[in-house]
Write a protein that binds this ligand. Structure first.
Ligand SMILES: [Zn+2]
Ligand SMILES: [Zn+2]
Length: 134
């Protein structure tokens, strides 16, 4: 169970940091494809440049590098991360994160990652009606 959580925690922290970097003007050309969907649905989850897909999942591999992982927990974490990613891109299933990521697709400078990370880093925007329907 511990390495399952380690995969998810490392993924989330790396995803937040790399996602913020992808919004820098110098790297925006990589990430702007993903932002073509202002009102995304689940097929838009992986709509983007291949570099983005590679870079943003690197954090998942930290437990492998540290040598503390198990195949079943790594597989379970990959499934959970994949399903969570799909769910938070679709209004029908965005209850998973309370609409947090849908706000990011409308307000590019807010909600880069998990709500707790956005809150810690000062980029949190609540999924209110005015943030979701702009
Ligand atoms: Zn997205
Ligand atoms: Zn973004």
């Amino acid at each position: 169970m511990l390495t399952f959580l380690a995969h998810i925690l490392c993924y989330d922290i790396w995803f937040y940091a790399s996602h913020r970097a992808l919004h820098w003007p110098q790297l925006w050309w990589i990430h702007q494809i993903h932002h073509e969907a202002v009102y995304p649905t689940w097929p838009d989850t992986h709509h983007g440049h291949w570099l983005e897909s590679v870079v943003q999942c690197l954090g998942y591999g930290v437990p492998f590098i540290c040598g503390v992982w198990s195949p079943w927990e790594a597989a379970a974490a990959a499934v959970v991360l994949q399903l969570r990613g799909l769910a938070r891109h679709d209004p029908r299933t965005s209850w998973v994160d309370g609409g947090h990521h849908l706000v990011h697709h409308r307000r590019f400078t807010k909600n880069y990652g998990e709500p707790w990370l956005d809150w810690l880093c000062g980029t949190y925007a609540p999924p209110t009606r005015s943030n979701l329907f702009v």
